[in-house]
Design a protein around this ligand. Structure first.
Ligand code: NAD
Length: 270
């Protein structure tokens, strides 16, 4: 390890189980010397195994529904108290579409579900940053990262309304990132990750098909959750201080591909 986060403090949202991208990031942040608070929605505490992670990384857990300003205010206040100072990094690793969960087609949404999914997956990022900003809870040269997917730019029909949520999330990163940069010297970025076999990932219809397709299209193959965690650590480190307002593709090269030989071979065999 490189001690990249030695002495840094943070909050990590979204570790549900050992497959979660946030879980892997917490493990790596711990290895790199960071101290952090783990948080997730109260219901996820009961479903997942976050206690194991807290024990392993010597972290405290503070439940917070990322759509509740009250929960977020409490989380940030308590985290700075527990960690003994302002924060250097925050990971937003949260996503959920009720339409996807309930099997509603994109062309036939229940708009209460749409609104709920948008609040959880996208507006929550604005809310998190708003609380951090108002409480002046970030140190200068701190780093805030959210996870996203390329369906924000290109069509993946089964990604459903999550595509729209991700487009909004990426826009919030730029818009809030401007104010966080100019006023607080804090950077804000999104990482656009390959399909990854996690609870959220596998909830998307046809996941296995588009996982394999992306793998065959990408010159380096799909990026794993572990590799995503490594990349996130670089963005929390002092080695990336002037990277901000970016949507950074971490996808083995998929986003710049037209077609690969391996995909061509598949169709030529038919
Ligand atoms: N898995 C993939 O294929 C993939 C690809 C690109 C981007 N992402 C993104 O990565 C992030 C992490 O997802 P993951 O793949 O690790 O899956 P995951 O299911 O392990 O994590 C999603 C997390 O969101 C949390 N969450 C849901 N509602 C919440 C709420 N109201 N308040 C607080 N937390 C809430 C869940 O409890 C869970 O911990 C998400 O933003 C997801 O969209 C995933």
């Amino acid at each position: 390890m490189y001690n990249l986060l030695k002495g840094k403090r943070g909050i990590i949202f979204g570790a549900l189980d050992e497959h979660s991208i946030a879980w892997k990031t917490a493990e790596k942040a711990h290895e790199e010397g960071a101290k952090f608070v783990l948080t997730n929605a109260p219901i996820a505490m009961r479903m997942g195994t976050i206690n194991e992670l807290a024990e392993k990384t010597g972290s405290e857990i503070i439940p917070a529904d990322a759509t509740s300003m009250e929960d977020l205010e409490n989380l940030v206040t308590k985290s700075t108290a527990i960690l003994g100072g302002k924060l250097d990094f925050v990971l937003h690793s949260i996503g959920m579409s009720v339409n996807v969960r309930k099997g509603r087609h994109y062309t036939d949404q229940n708009y209460d579900y749409t609104t709920k999914g948008w609040d959880v997956s996208a507006v929550s990022f604005h809310k998190v940053m708003s609380v951090l900003y108002k409480q002046d809870a970030m140190n200068p040269w701190g780093s805030i990262v959210a996870l996203t997917y390329m369906a924000a730019q290109r069509v993946f029909p089964d990604y459903n309304d999550m595509a729209d949520n991700k487009a909004y999330l990426e826009s919030v990163a730029r818009s809030f990132g401007y104010f966080f940069g100019t006023d607080k010297k804090v950077r804000v970025n999104t990482i656009s990750q390959s399909p990854t076999p996690t609870t959220a990932g596998q909830g998307v219809k046809g996941f296995d098909g588009f996982f394999t397709y992306a793998d065959k299209m990408s010159p380096l193959g799909n990026a794993t959750a572990d590799e995503c965690a490594d990349y996130t650590i670089t963005l929390f480190s002092d080695l990336t201080k002037k990277v901000t307002l970016q949507n950074l593709f971490h996808d083995g090269g998929f986003s710049n591909m037209g077609v690969s030989q391996s995909v061509m071979d598949y169709f030529e065999e038919k």
